[in-house]
Design a protein around this ligand. Structure first.
Ligand SMILES: NC(=O)c1ccc[n+]([C@@H]2O[C@H](COP(=O)([O-])OP(=O)(O)OC[C@H]3O[C@@H](n4cnc5c(N)ncnc54)[C@H](O)[C@@H]3O)[C@@H](O)[C@H]2O)c1
Ligand SMILES: [Zn+2]
Length: 347
């Protein structure tokens, strides 16, 4: 079968003779991949050959944001059948780990995640995957939207952990893919308004196209003034930190109201300084996000309902054969791009 394979730093090839060497277990399904999104982590492995301790030491198939069609089901699979259109949750925990049994399977230290060395990703012709981590797409939800469920689920985890109440006002710092999907999830979760902040205008333009998202450039606009105006000077109910920038994290408590909530989703590259006293003075509640658990069904339902209108986040679609160009575009950092999608139907 075909696969988009990272050989090492700066080297991606389209392989024609890839084998995943898995056999269909009783609780597995086999899926013909139809669409796969390009994620910042794929691009980072491409440009750096590693992310922290995860080093690409042998060829690795890329991709973890995928949707497809079921082509075979294991003997014990009840909720899926051949022909179903599905999306794929890429992180598979041990089913009997303490974390899984506690309901936070995303925290299982032995969880395997597509396209994290040495585990191959799913940007290939077909995969075998546990049925429990494979979710049926309603007819109204396209394969491209199905592939987008993965990054949106991170926003859903943040919105859920924030404990949004109807009519809350939120601030999202960072208008990259994660910031924008988090803003949309905050609105879908009941926020009346979301202020989103970035330093790059083309990032903010996409965010601004959504109703009730106020997009501000931190280098030009007065963020504090808009927060004061919308909240009568009290501060926002919730801040979602989605840029991972040290100076932003250090002073994140300045925007939130007394006894408000800050959700830390951005991952700083270095240990950031942090103003503890400012947080204490407001008794801020901090929540942290590591991917997601149990978010796929909810995300799919909100995409179907229209509450999460994510189609316009797909900036450009490439054919599977042009996958290297797709990664090159993503690596070039075209600022207006939110999500690059690869159509795998002909792979
Ligand atoms: N917790 C998780 O499970 C999880 C999952 C995926 C990504 N992440 C993290 O979330 C963050 C966002 O991911 P992404 O894919 O959207 O990245 P991205 O690079 O596309 O977006 C980050 C945005 O933050 C903006 N930014 C950076 N510094 C800023 C500053 N000082 N002020 C204002 N804006 C600033 C950038 O211009 C950019 O638009 C990253 O740190 C990433 O590692 C976390
Ligand atoms: Zn991703």
């Amino acid at each position: 079968m075909k696969a988009v394979t990272l050989l090492g730093k700066d080297q991606i090839v389209i392989q024609n003779d890839y084998e995943h060497h898995k056999t269909l277990g009783a609780h597995d399904v086999e899926i013909k991949i139809m669409a796969c999104g390009v994620c910042g982590s794929d691009v980072h492995y491409y440009t750096h050959g590693r992310i922290g301790p995860y080093v690409v030491e042998k060829p690795m198939v890329l991709g973890h944001e995928a949707a497809g069609q079921i082509i075979a089901v294991g003997s014990e699979v009840k909720h899926l059948k051949v022909g179903d259109r599905v999306c794929i949750e890429p992180g598979v925990p041990r089913f009997d780990s303490p974390e899984t049994l506690a309901g936070c399977y995303n925290l299982d230290p032995e969880l395997t995640f597509f396209a994290t060395p040495p585990i191959d990703g799913c940007l290939c012709t077909s995969i075998i995957h546990p049925a429990a981590f494979t979710f049926k797409l309603p007819d109204e939800v396209s394969y491209y939207e199905g592939a987008m469920v993965e990054p949106v689920a991170i926003g859903m985890q943040g919105a859920t952990k924030a404990g949004i109440k109807p009519g809350d006002i939120a601030l999202v710092y960072g208008a990259g893919t994660i910031g924008i999907v988090t803003a949309l999830c905050a609105l879908a979760g009941g926020c009346s308004d979301v202020i989103i902040v970035d330093m790059i205008d083309s990032k903010l333009e996409v965010a601004r196209s959504f109703k009730n998202i106020h997009a501000l450039n931190s280098q030009r606009d007065d963020v504090k003034a808009l927060i004061d105006e919308l909240t009568c000077g009290q501060g926002v109910d919730i801040v979602f930190e989605c840029c991972g920038a040290g100076p932003v994290i250090a002073n994140i408590s300045q925007y939130v109201k007394a006894a408000g909530t800050v959700v830390l989703t951005g991952i700083p590259l270095e240990l950031p300084p942090f103003d503890i006293v400012a947080a204490q003075a407001k008794e801020v509640t901090f929540k942290t996000v590591f991917r997601y658990a149990n978010m796929y069904p909810r995300t799919i339902r909100l995409i179907r309902s229209g509450a999460l209108d994510i189609k316009r986040l797909i900036s450009k679609v490439y054919d599977f054969e042009d996958a290297v160009a797709a990664f090159d575009r993503a690596a070039s950092g075209s600022a207006g791009d939110v999500k690059i999608m690869i159509d795998c139907a002909n792979a």
